[in-house]
Design a protein around this ligand. Sequence first.
Ligand code: SF4
Length: 238
Amino acid sequence: MQRYSIIRDKNPREIVLLRGKGCQYKRCAFCDYHEDASQDEKENLRINRIALSQVTGKYGSLEIINSGSFCELDENTMSLIIDTCRNRNIRTVHFECHWLYRNHIPRLRERFSAEGIKAIIKTGIETFDYEYREKVMLKGIKEKSPERLSKDFDECCLLFGLPGQDTKSMTEDIETGLKWFNRVCVNIMTSNTARLQPDKDVIRTFLQEVYPIYRNNIRVDILLHNTDFGVGNKDNEL
Ligand code: SF4
């Protein structure tokens, strides 16, 4: 498992894939990422220490992902993240967070701000089509309004390549994301062990009709494979 990488294109930053106690929600119909988790805090800390030790601070910006939400990282790991930022002169740190944990965000922002570090929070909204998101994807976000979602979160992730999506729906999702959020990260669905699986025709449509429009947009990251940021397990790819 690769747990450290450097993103050089667009918004350059270092990225680490840390391990926590795992996603507490675990119901998204497309996801099995929550398998990268353990209740063994000591072992998690050992793994996280190795990943964070590789951070150099070269861009002053660090993205933390942990197959879940930042609240699922243990306190020792959070302290280690702050120490790493302090020692490597990192002034911006990105975290992931599910909507269910939105009330924890202000405290995180304050904690990092007290250290002179800006915390940027990204959330997986997957689509702004509420019915599809909650009835097919089972995402568990009980908020329809992109405007209200943008009050808590700075950046959003979208998930494309699923049955029923088309050029119009994917384009509208990206445009809504760009309207309300600072950045959009498009993930293309890859095969895994979850119930909802990729639709190859939808992926082809995305590559032909949507990708060319946004591939050079500096506010849009597009991950054609879930390891395109350089972290994760390449054995799980299509
Ligand atoms: S997508 Fe995120 S919130 Fe949903 S089950 Fe996977 S890790 Fe949990």
